[in-house]
Design a protein around this ligand. Structure first.
Ligand code: GDP
Ligand code: MN
Length: 394
């Protein structure tokens, strides 16, 4: 779960990190009166859950309240990476002498929280990694020990330089780590961490992401949820107990198991197609789940074909087949279905489908080639040449 900048900054402030004063506005007039109240110059900043707002024109300075109103008028309603700006943060502008980057994330390789920092802040970390990789300093925090001054201070000082500044950076990272652990975050990022000409570090921008799997431990965070973070399809899938992530491709996927879902999407990509979603119907999928999965995917206007890939273990192929038949009765599936069915109760499943005139593949590669062949945007088909038309019709 992602926080807007204004929410992230308020949390940072609670943990003792210096943050410029600010308030949110939904109208240009409100922005003007906030600018009057907190004092100019101010920054007018689009509150959308994506990065790179500055480059997109969603972050502007205003010298006086009238200009704040005009800037807010221009930014409100603007579209940034497909998202319409509905709210701006009006924050006291920080006088910036230099910009640093600092973040905490989970590093899967070292199985620890990792601190990443750099003296070249401002741009996104991916960009720093390309342009100035030598300026990125990272260190892992032992889960038992956490931040250890004797061990980690020098690394921070390497990025932040002067002892006075590094001391402030140390206190900021300590607070970030407390926040990270206490709220089960997957990311706490300050970029830029701005140094003023007077020598003070301030969080000029902040990003916080909570680990969804730990949210049940934090009912107090629920009120921070932004409905726009998830699409209607994702909310619907959540309510139906399906593990689902919307993507921007054209092939709807229904698979049992997260690993097999990933492998299926990889294979679709490999044969030149693009998945419209990740969907794991789960281990012991009942027919109802298959029905819901087909219902949700069928509503996606980008989907031009659907692939159902089932490797039956605990999941029984006949349950899946019943779900498919139930869906065909209850809803309209506007695109062709390609089915791959193998494993527990495969024979029974196939019989049910065949009785309804539906064929199913046993081989995954064949099924994927078939479904990619059915999508209009089929691209390159590496090695295997042109993907053949599938035999399964539903
Ligand atoms: P992002 O582009 O979405 O990461 O938004 P940021 O809040 O990081 O703003 C982008 C850039 O705008 C920063 O890197 C700064 O250069 C500039 N900026 C943001 N806030 C301030 C501020 O308070 N004062 C000044 N002088 N520049 C700012
Ligand atoms: Mn930023």
């Amino acid at each position: 779960m992602k926080l807007h900048e204004y929410q992230a900054k308020s949390l940072l402030r609670d943990f003792g990190i210096p943050v410029p004063e600010g308030k949110t506005a939904d109208t240009p007039e409100e922005a003007e009166s906030i600018a009057k109240e907190i004092g100019c110059p101010v920054m007018i900043k689009a509150q959308v859950l994506v990065g790179g707002r500055g480059k997109a024109g969603g972050v502007k300075m205003a010298a006086d309240p009238k200009e704040a109103e005009a800037r807010a008028r221009a930014i409100l309603g603007m579209t940034i990476k497909g998202i319409v700006v509905q709210r701006v943060l009006v924050a006291r502008a920080v006088d910036i002498a230099s910009e640093y980057y600092v973040s905490l994330t989970v590093d899967r390789a070292s199985k620890a929280v990792q601190c990443i920092t750099s003296a070249s802040g401002g741009m996104e970390i991916e960009e720093i990694a390309v342009k100035e990789p030598h300026k990125i300093i990272r260190f892992a925090l032992d889960p038992e020990m956490g931040l250890v001054r004797g061990q980690h201070f020098d690394s921070l000082a390497h990025a932040f330089g002067a002892p006075g500044v590094s001391e402030q950076a140390w206190r900021i990272v300590e607070a970030m780590y407390r926040l990270f652990k206490e709220k089960d975050c997957s990311l706490v990022e300050i970029n830029p961490c701005a140094l003023t000409p007077a020598g003070t570090l301030v969080a000029a921008d902040a990003k916080v992401i909570f680990d969804d799997n730990a949210l049940y431990r934090h009912p107090e965070l629920e009120s921070l949820r932004s409905p726009e973070e998830y699409g209607d399809d994702e909310m619907d899938a959540k309510a139906s107990g399906l593990s689902y992530v919307g993507l921007d491709g054209t092939i709807g996927c229904i698979v049992n198991g997260a690993g097999l879902s990933m492998a299926t999407m990889d294979l679709i990509k490999y044969f030149g197609g693009s998945p419209a979603n990740f969907l794991d119907v789960g281990g012991s999928s009942n027919p109802e789940k298959v029905l819901n999965a087909l219902r949700i995917i069928s509503k996606n206007p980008r989907v031009t074909a659907i692939l159902i890939n089932i490797f039956g273990g605990i999941t029984r192929c006949d349950d899946i087949a019943r779900g498919i038949l139930m869906a065909r009765e209850k809803i309209t599936i506007p695109v062709p279905l390609t089915i791959r069915l193998i494993g527990t109760n495969e024979k029974e499943g196939r019989q049910l489908l065949e009785a309804a005139g539906i064929d199913a593949f046993t081989d995954l590669t064949e099924a994927v080639k078939a479904v990619v062949g059915r999508t209009p945007d089929q691209g390159r088909a590496p090695k295997g040449g042109k993907a053949p038309q599938g035999k399964a019709r539903a």
